[in-house]
Ligand binder design. Structure first.
Ligand SMILES: [Zn+2]
Length: 332
Protein backbone atom coordinates (compact mmCIF):
# COMPACT_ATOMS: atom_id res chain seq x y z
CA UNK A 1 0.00 0.00 0.00
CA UNK A 2 1.33 3.42 -0.86
CA UNK A 3 0.75 6.42 1.37
CA UNK A 4 -2.00 7.60 -0.99
CA UNK A 5 -3.73 4.21 -0.62
CA UNK A 6 -3.54 4.45 3.15
CA UNK A 7 -4.97 7.99 3.05
CA UNK A 8 -7.83 6.82 0.82
CA UNK A 9 -8.63 3.87 3.11
CA UNK A 10 -8.65 6.20 6.09
CA UNK A 11 -10.95 8.67 4.31
CA UNK A 12 -13.37 5.86 3.59
CA UNK A 13 -13.26 4.89 7.24
CA UNK A 14 -14.15 8.48 8.20
CA UNK A 15 -17.06 8.44 5.73
CA UNK A 16 -18.38 5.24 7.34
CA UNK A 17 -17.98 6.84 10.75
CA UNK A 18 -20.12 9.82 9.66
CA UNK A 19 -22.81 7.45 8.35
CA UNK A 20 -22.67 5.63 11.64
CA UNK A 21 -23.14 8.92 13.57
CA UNK A 22 -26.27 9.66 11.52
CA UNK A 23 -27.59 6.14 11.97
CA UNK A 24 -27.10 6.30 15.74
CA UNK A 25 -29.00 9.57 15.83
CA UNK A 26 -31.86 8.05 13.78
CA UNK A 27 -32.12 5.21 16.29
CA UNK A 28 -32.35 7.67 19.17
CA UNK A 29 -34.97 9.71 17.31
CA UNK A 30 -37.10 6.58 16.81
CA UNK A 31 -36.72 5.82 20.49
CA UNK A 32 -37.85 9.31 21.57
CA UNK A 33 -40.82 9.37 19.17
CA UNK A 34 -41.89 5.94 20.43
CA UNK A 35 -41.82 7.33 23.97
CA UNK A 36 -43.54 10.60 23.03
CA UNK A 37 -45.16 10.88 19.56
CA UNK A 38 -45.69 14.60 20.12
CA UNK A 39 -41.90 15.15 19.97
CA UNK A 40 -41.94 14.20 16.26
CA UNK A 41 -42.90 17.61 14.85
CA UNK A 42 -40.25 19.28 17.03
CA UNK A 43 -37.57 16.87 15.82
CA UNK A 44 -38.48 17.13 12.16
CA UNK A 45 -39.56 20.77 12.42
CA UNK A 46 -36.40 22.14 10.83
CA UNK A 47 -37.02 20.42 7.51
CA UNK A 48 -40.51 21.98 7.26
CA UNK A 49 -39.05 25.30 8.34
CA UNK A 50 -36.45 25.31 5.59
CA UNK A 51 -38.98 24.26 2.98
CA UNK A 52 -41.14 27.19 3.97
CA UNK A 53 -38.13 29.49 3.88
CA UNK A 54 -37.34 28.39 0.31
CA UNK A 55 -40.93 29.10 -0.79
CA UNK A 56 -40.95 32.50 0.90
CA UNK A 57 -37.62 33.43 -0.67
CA UNK A 58 -38.96 32.60 -4.13
CA UNK A 59 -42.03 34.75 -3.56
CA UNK A 60 -40.23 37.66 -1.86
CA UNK A 61 -36.54 37.69 -2.82
CA UNK A 62 -36.30 41.32 -1.69
CA UNK A 63 -36.98 40.21 1.90
CA UNK A 64 -34.21 37.61 1.91
CA UNK A 65 -32.50 38.98 5.00
CA UNK A 66 -35.63 39.21 7.10
CA UNK A 67 -36.79 35.75 6.00
CA UNK A 68 -33.44 34.22 6.92
CA UNK A 69 -33.49 35.93 10.31
CA UNK A 70 -37.03 34.73 10.93
CA UNK A 71 -36.08 31.16 10.01
CA UNK A 72 -33.06 31.23 12.31
CA UNK A 73 -35.17 32.45 15.20
CA UNK A 74 -37.83 29.82 14.65
CA UNK A 75 -35.17 27.11 14.36
CA UNK A 76 -33.66 28.27 17.66
CA UNK A 77 -37.10 28.29 19.30
CA UNK A 78 -37.70 24.78 17.94
CA UNK A 79 -34.41 23.61 19.34
CA UNK A 80 -35.14 25.06 22.78
CA UNK A 81 -38.59 23.48 22.79
CA UNK A 82 -37.12 20.12 21.83
CA UNK A 83 -34.48 20.31 24.55
CA UNK A 84 -37.09 21.14 27.16
CA UNK A 85 -39.23 18.26 25.92
CA UNK A 86 -36.33 15.81 26.08
CA UNK A 87 -35.53 16.91 29.59
CA UNK A 88 -39.15 16.46 30.63
CA UNK A 89 -39.03 12.94 29.19
CA UNK A 90 -35.97 12.15 31.29
CA UNK A 91 -33.39 12.27 28.44
CA UNK A 92 -30.27 14.41 28.37
CA UNK A 93 -30.96 17.72 26.58
CA UNK A 94 -28.47 16.93 23.83
CA UNK A 95 -29.72 13.38 23.37
CA UNK A 96 -30.55 13.95 19.70
CA UNK A 97 -27.47 15.99 18.79
CA UNK A 98 -25.06 14.36 16.40
CA UNK A 99 -22.12 12.90 18.29
CA UNK A 100 -18.60 12.77 16.92
CA UNK A 101 -15.47 10.84 17.69
CA UNK A 102 -13.59 14.07 17.02
CA UNK A 103 -15.51 17.27 17.75
CA UNK A 104 -12.81 19.38 16.07
CA UNK A 105 -13.29 18.08 12.53
CA UNK A 106 -16.69 16.48 13.18
CA UNK A 107 -15.25 13.26 11.80
CA UNK A 108 -14.49 14.78 8.43
CA UNK A 109 -10.75 14.23 8.98
CA UNK A 110 -10.02 17.69 7.61
CA UNK A 111 -10.30 21.19 8.97
CA UNK A 112 -9.84 24.67 7.55
CA UNK A 113 -11.40 26.80 4.85
CA UNK A 114 -10.45 27.51 2.16
CA UNK A 115 -7.15 25.74 2.76
CA UNK A 116 -8.02 22.22 3.79
CA UNK A 117 -5.70 20.58 6.29
CA UNK A 118 -5.62 17.17 7.88
CA UNK A 119 -7.11 17.27 11.38
CA UNK A 120 -4.82 16.21 14.24
CA UNK A 121 -6.97 13.09 14.75
CA UNK A 122 -6.48 12.15 11.09
CA UNK A 123 -2.73 12.76 11.16
CA UNK A 124 -2.38 10.63 14.24
CA UNK A 125 -4.33 7.73 12.74
CA UNK A 126 -2.44 8.07 9.48
CA UNK A 127 0.91 7.85 11.22
CA UNK A 128 -0.27 4.77 13.08
CA UNK A 129 -1.46 3.12 9.84
CA UNK A 130 1.75 3.92 8.01
CA UNK A 131 3.68 2.44 10.89
CA UNK A 132 1.62 -0.75 10.81
CA UNK A 133 1.96 -0.83 7.05
CA UNK A 134 5.74 -0.58 7.27
CA UNK A 135 5.89 -3.52 9.62
CA UNK A 136 3.13 -5.61 8.09
CA UNK A 137 5.02 -6.42 4.89
CA UNK A 138 6.72 -9.74 4.43
CA UNK A 139 10.33 -9.97 5.47
CA UNK A 140 12.18 -7.82 7.94
CA UNK A 141 11.27 -4.17 8.15
CA UNK A 142 13.96 -1.79 7.02
CA UNK A 143 14.83 -0.11 10.28
CA UNK A 144 17.96 1.07 12.06
CA UNK A 145 17.51 -1.94 14.34
CA UNK A 146 17.72 -4.38 11.42
CA UNK A 147 20.50 -2.45 9.68
CA UNK A 148 23.31 -4.94 9.15
CA UNK A 149 26.67 -3.28 8.51
CA UNK A 150 28.40 -6.66 8.18
CA UNK A 151 27.20 -6.86 4.56
CA UNK A 152 29.75 -4.16 3.71
CA UNK A 153 33.39 -5.10 3.03
CA UNK A 154 35.77 -4.17 5.80
CA UNK A 155 39.10 -4.92 4.17
CA UNK A 156 40.28 -1.87 2.24
CA UNK A 157 39.95 1.82 2.88
CA UNK A 158 37.55 3.57 0.51
CA UNK A 159 38.36 7.18 1.36
CA UNK A 160 41.92 6.97 2.60
CA UNK A 161 40.64 6.83 6.19
CA UNK A 162 37.87 4.32 6.63
CA UNK A 163 36.74 1.03 5.18
CA UNK A 164 33.41 0.79 3.38
CA UNK A 165 31.84 -0.68 6.52
CA UNK A 166 33.19 2.06 8.78
CA UNK A 167 32.00 4.71 6.39
CA UNK A 168 28.56 3.09 6.08
CA UNK A 169 28.26 3.05 9.87
CA UNK A 170 29.18 6.73 10.11
CA UNK A 171 26.50 7.58 7.54
CA UNK A 172 23.97 5.35 9.33
CA UNK A 173 24.62 7.25 12.56
CA UNK A 174 24.04 10.58 10.84
CA UNK A 175 20.77 9.27 9.35
CA UNK A 176 19.65 7.90 12.70
CA UNK A 177 20.44 11.14 14.53
CA UNK A 178 18.53 13.02 11.87
CA UNK A 179 15.46 10.77 12.13
CA UNK A 180 15.47 10.85 15.92
CA UNK A 181 15.88 14.62 16.25
CA UNK A 182 13.57 15.62 13.38
CA UNK A 183 12.02 18.18 13.10
CA UNK A 184 14.56 19.82 15.42
CA UNK A 185 17.49 18.43 13.41
CA UNK A 186 20.43 20.83 13.33
CA UNK A 187 19.89 21.15 9.57
CA UNK A 188 16.49 20.46 8.00
CA UNK A 189 17.97 18.92 4.85
CA UNK A 190 19.82 15.64 4.42
CA UNK A 191 21.39 14.61 1.13
CA UNK A 192 22.48 10.99 0.73
CA UNK A 193 24.87 10.47 -2.16
CA UNK A 194 26.60 7.41 -3.52
CA UNK A 195 26.47 4.96 -6.41
CA UNK A 196 23.99 2.13 -6.80
CA UNK A 197 24.08 -0.78 -4.40
CA UNK A 198 25.55 1.12 -1.46
CA UNK A 199 22.40 1.01 0.66
CA UNK A 200 20.90 4.48 0.20
CA UNK A 201 17.33 3.30 -0.32
CA UNK A 202 17.59 1.06 2.72
CA UNK A 203 18.76 4.01 4.81
CA UNK A 204 15.94 6.14 3.45
CA UNK A 205 13.48 3.45 4.56
CA UNK A 206 15.14 3.34 7.99
CA UNK A 207 14.66 7.11 8.31
CA UNK A 208 11.08 6.84 7.10
CA UNK A 209 10.20 4.04 9.52
CA UNK A 210 11.91 5.73 12.46
CA UNK A 211 9.88 8.88 11.74
CA UNK A 212 6.65 6.90 11.44
CA UNK A 213 7.43 5.15 14.73
CA UNK A 214 7.75 8.62 16.28
CA UNK A 215 4.29 9.56 15.05
CA UNK A 216 5.20 11.54 11.94
CA UNK A 217 3.66 10.89 8.53
CA UNK A 218 6.47 11.59 6.06
CA UNK A 219 5.69 11.79 2.36
CA UNK A 220 7.99 9.64 0.24
CA UNK A 221 8.34 9.88 -3.51
CA UNK A 222 10.80 8.74 -6.15
CA UNK A 223 12.52 11.23 -8.41
CA UNK A 224 10.42 9.83 -11.23
CA UNK A 225 7.15 10.33 -9.40
CA UNK A 226 8.25 13.83 -8.47
CA UNK A 227 8.93 14.56 -12.13
CA UNK A 228 5.51 13.23 -13.19
CA UNK A 229 3.95 15.54 -10.64
CA UNK A 230 5.98 18.53 -11.81
CA UNK A 231 5.15 17.87 -15.44
CA UNK A 232 1.43 17.51 -14.69
CA UNK A 233 1.55 20.74 -12.70
CA UNK A 234 3.27 22.48 -15.61
CA UNK A 235 0.43 21.42 -17.91
CA UNK A 236 -2.26 22.45 -15.46
CA UNK A 237 -3.52 19.03 -14.30
CA UNK A 238 -5.45 19.79 -11.12
CA UNK A 239 -4.70 16.47 -9.45
CA UNK A 240 -0.96 16.81 -10.03
CA UNK A 241 -1.01 20.41 -8.87
CA UNK A 242 -2.60 19.33 -5.60
CA UNK A 243 0.01 16.61 -5.25
CA UNK A 244 2.85 19.02 -5.95
CA UNK A 245 1.43 21.47 -3.40
CA UNK A 246 1.37 18.64 -0.88
CA UNK A 247 5.01 17.83 -1.65
CA UNK A 248 5.93 21.46 -1.10
CA UNK A 249 3.85 21.83 2.04
CA UNK A 250 4.25 18.52 3.89
CA UNK A 251 6.33 18.55 7.07
CA UNK A 252 8.75 15.85 6.00
CA UNK A 253 9.51 14.90 2.40
CA UNK A 254 11.69 11.97 1.37
CA UNK A 255 12.84 11.84 -2.24
CA UNK A 256 14.40 8.60 -3.42
CA UNK A 257 16.50 8.18 -6.53
CA UNK A 258 16.76 11.82 -7.49
CA UNK A 259 18.44 11.95 -10.89
CA UNK A 260 16.62 8.97 -12.41
CA UNK A 261 13.82 11.22 -13.66
CA UNK A 262 13.69 12.61 -17.21
CA UNK A 263 15.05 16.07 -17.94
CA UNK A 264 12.42 18.30 -19.46
CA UNK A 265 12.98 21.85 -20.62
CA UNK A 266 11.33 24.42 -18.30
CA UNK A 267 10.18 21.70 -15.93
CA UNK A 268 12.77 19.55 -14.18
CA UNK A 269 15.21 22.23 -13.04
CA UNK A 270 12.64 24.97 -12.52
CA UNK A 271 10.14 23.01 -10.49
CA UNK A 272 12.80 21.21 -8.51
CA UNK A 273 14.33 24.54 -7.58
CA UNK A 274 10.92 25.81 -6.60
CA UNK A 275 10.25 22.81 -4.40
CA UNK A 276 13.62 22.90 -2.65
CA UNK A 277 13.66 26.66 -2.28
CA UNK A 278 10.14 26.80 -0.90
CA UNK A 279 10.74 24.01 1.59
CA UNK A 280 14.05 25.45 2.68
CA UNK A 281 12.64 28.91 3.26
CA UNK A 282 10.00 27.33 5.51
CA UNK A 283 12.68 25.24 7.25
CA UNK A 284 10.84 22.03 6.37
CA UNK A 285 12.61 18.68 6.54
CA UNK A 286 13.69 17.16 3.24
CA UNK A 287 15.77 14.02 2.71
CA UNK A 288 17.12 13.22 -0.73
CA UNK A 289 18.92 10.14 -1.99
CA UNK A 290 20.77 10.23 -5.29
CA UNK A 291 23.23 8.19 -7.30
CA UNK A 292 24.77 11.39 -8.55
CA UNK A 293 27.87 13.01 -7.11
CA UNK A 294 28.58 16.71 -6.73
CA UNK A 295 29.75 17.20 -10.33
CA UNK A 296 26.86 15.16 -11.79
CA UNK A 297 24.37 17.20 -9.78
CA UNK A 298 25.87 20.46 -10.99
CA UNK A 299 25.88 19.34 -14.61
CA UNK A 300 22.37 18.01 -14.46
CA UNK A 301 20.53 20.64 -12.44
CA UNK A 302 22.73 23.72 -12.68
CA UNK A 303 24.10 26.16 -10.15
CA UNK A 304 20.80 27.34 -8.70
CA UNK A 305 19.48 23.90 -7.76
CA UNK A 306 22.91 22.83 -6.54
CA UNK A 307 23.04 25.84 -4.23
CA UNK A 308 19.87 24.50 -2.57
CA UNK A 309 21.04 20.87 -2.51
CA UNK A 310 24.45 21.69 -1.12
CA UNK A 311 23.70 24.66 1.10
CA UNK A 312 25.82 23.71 4.09
CA UNK A 313 23.79 25.88 6.46
CA UNK A 314 20.59 23.98 5.73
CA UNK A 315 21.65 20.65 4.29
CA UNK A 316 23.96 17.97 5.56
CA UNK A 317 25.42 16.07 2.62
CA UNK A 318 26.89 12.61 3.14
CA UNK A 319 28.33 10.20 0.62
CA UNK A 320 28.55 6.43 0.70
CA UNK A 321 31.53 4.88 -1.02
CA UNK A 322 32.71 1.44 -1.99
CA UNK A 323 31.59 -1.63 -3.88
CA UNK A 324 28.10 -2.18 -5.24
CA UNK A 325 26.68 -4.78 -2.84
CA UNK A 326 24.68 -6.38 -5.62
CA UNK A 327 27.92 -7.14 -7.47
CA UNK A 328 30.03 -7.77 -4.38
CA UNK A 329 27.61 -10.46 -3.26
CA UNK A 330 25.96 -10.91 0.09
CA UNK A 331 27.92 -12.07 3.06
CA UNK A 332 27.72 -15.82 3.90
ZN1 LIG B 1 -10.50 15.40 13.85
Amino acid sequence: MTRADVVRALEEEYARLRDENLRRRETRIDEVIAADPAAGPLIHGDAALFQRQARRLLAHPEQAEAIAKDTREQAAANRDALRARLKALGYPEDYLDLTYRCPICRDRGYVGEPVREECACFRQRLARRLYDEAYAGTGAAQTFETYDESVFPDDEKVDGLRTQRQRALAVRDICRDYALSCPASARPGLLLMGGTGLGKTFLLSCIQNALIARGFAPVRVTGYRLFETMRGTHFGEAEKEAEFRRMIGCDILLIDDLGAEPMMQNVTREYLFNLLNERQSQQKNTVLATNLNHTDLLNRYGERVLSRLMDGMNVQAVELKGKDLRLYGRRK
